[in-house]
Ligand binder design. Structure first.
Ligand code: 13P
Length: 486
């Protein structure tokens, strides 16, 4: 018997209230949220016209529980298209007065000239659309099958067949109104070239439902790892990902099949006592990702750059903060060295958290530590930062934790220069899989479940999610989530 936990809102009522009768127009709430988001870009706390409190510094005052500001002068957007056009125009208008290429590229870009203006314009348009306000990615590129990664005793019973994967994923991609919360869907190679039971291509289902298809391109890692490196908390040495050799051809094929962005995840482990991650592993990780990124860009694909520092271990949040900052500094230095076009790329980092067996940090501590590191390391040229949810302890509700942590960041720091959002796999899908359980008769209620969790995370992008209001299976039935290469 499935028991869903929800504090204040019933599971079904939530879905009915939020998703029945969608039209392409924005609701007043959505229009107000988008206008407020645009106003935030226009009104930096530290900028001209902003009154800075006496004695305050730029970083001193995360607005505790500040409500989303009402739009200043701009008239509220009346349609989603108008809001998007206004948002894109704002991002394209350089504050230093540089001229714009007619195609929307940067003609006064003097340092990234290996791509043409039109290639850059196309990459930037895709990256901006991926980073649209209050939207994230649905990571559905699991190799092990989503039911094995989900970390639930019942989910693991769904037979991991090609037919089941197609049935489940085609159900997800067709959830009505999903594009209100999801900009891009990350696919496994199998899915990119797959059709549903009625013969429709998966990429068509995604496009028709208003989202952008992307492809996972790393080929994972062997646990034999980098020779001579120390065994870490994952139980194997440090690793490097395979897949660069034939990457160019796979990018071309993926683009031809409809993908417009890509993902590559490298893994680093923390063990401060044994010097992990080693400088060697960090160097291999960031250069491998930078090489992947530029090969993608040469082929018209926006790269998601994912240097994941896994939470396994008993370290505190401080160790994760120090190492995440070090890795991201190295990552952006490597991207510069390889000539990556930052406006046409996005980052997928871990949040700064305690180790799975370490002293537990609160969402507010996680938010502050994470945003502090990101402000120090991620150039504002990059339009979006999309967190992975990561492995969680067995006594944690991974879906709620991921939503609450994201919410705390956007609530405490409402004026960030990037879209700070989600690219969750496990933390979007656990309740949905348990609701579906391999039975197409459950498609409707499973779609309700995915829509609810995606909406919760969209609210978290605005700092307005109320803890406990999205139904989840909570911690009941938690088992170890399948680990290793994604
Ligand atoms: P999670 O399942 O940890 O959210 O990760 C998503 C992902 O795409 C990792 O590469």
């Amino acid at each position: 018997m499935l028991s869903l936990h929800v504090a204040t809102t019933s599971f079904v009522a939530n879905a009915v209230g939020n998703h029945r009768g969608r039209t392409t127009s924005l609701s007043m709430n959505e229009a107000a949220a988008k206008a407020a988001w645009l106003a935030k870009l226009d009104a930096p706390q530290w900028g001209p016209g902003a009154s800075m409190p006496m004695g305050a510094t730029r970083d001193s005052a995360p607005a505790a529980a500040a409500p989303v500001a009402a739009p200043a002068a701009a008239a509220p957007a009346t349609s989603e298209a108008a809001a998007k056009a206004a948002w894109l125009a704002k991002l394209d208008a350089p504050s230093w007065g540089g001229a714009r290429a007619s195609a929307g590229g940067l003609v006064n870009d003097f340092t990234c000239q290996w791509l043409s203006d039109s290639e850059k314009a196309a990459l930037k348009a895709t990256a901006d659309a991926m980073s649209a306000p209050n939207k994230g990615f649905l990571a559905s590129d699991e190799s092990a099958g989503p039911w094995l990664r989900a970390g639930h005793v019942d989910a693991a019973k769904v037979p991991d067949t090609e037919e089941n994967r197609a049935a489940y994923r085609s159900m997800l991609y067709q959830a009505p109104g999903l594009s209100e919360y999801i900009s891009g869907v990350i696919l496994h190679t199998e899915t990119l070239y797959q059709s549903d039971a009625s013969g429709r291509k998966m990429v068509d289902l995604i496009n028709e439902n208003g989202m952008i298809p992307g492809i996972k391109l790393d080929k994972g890692y062997d646990t034999s790892g980098i020779p001579g490196t120390v065994v870490g908390p994952l139980g194997h040495p440090e690793t490097f990902d395979k897949g660069i050799d034939d990457l160019d051809a796979r990018c071309k094929a993926a683009y031809a099949q409809g993908a417009r962005f890509a993902k590559w995840r490298n893994v680093l482990q923390i063990d401060p006592a044994n010097g992990l991650p080693s400088d060697l592993a960090i160097t291999l990780c960031v250069h491998n990702l930078a090489q992947y990124a530029t090969i993608c860009q040469r082929n018209g694909l926006v790269p998601i750059i994912e240097p994941e520092i896994v939470p396994n271990g008993n370290h505190g949040i401080e160790a994760c903060a120090v190492i995440t900052e070090k890795v991201l500094v190295a990552q952006f230095a490597a991207l510069k060295q390889h000539g990556c076009y930052l406006e046409g790329a996005v980052l997928k980092p871990n949040m700064v958290k305690n180790g799975l067996a370490g002293p537990k940090a609160t969402p507010e501590q996680i938010a502050t530590a994470t945003v502090t590191v990101l402000k120090r390391t991620v150039p504002v040229a990059m339009p979006g930062i999309f967190f992975l949810s990561g492995e969680t302890a067995l006594d944690e509700d991974n879906e709620e934790e991921a939503t609450n942590n994201l919410n705390a960041m956007n609530k405490l720091y409402p004026n960030l220069p990037w879209s700070l959002t989600f690219s969750y796999g496990k933390a979007l899908q656990k309740t949905t899989i348990i609701t579906w359980m391999g039975n197409v008769a459950n498609n409707g209620i499973a779609q309700t479940a995915i829509l609810n969790r995606c909406k919760a995370n969209s609210d978290a992008c605005q700092g307005t999610y109320i803890k406990g209001t999205c139904a989840s299976v909570s911690v009941d039935g938690n088992v170890a989530q399948a680990g290793g290469a994604y």
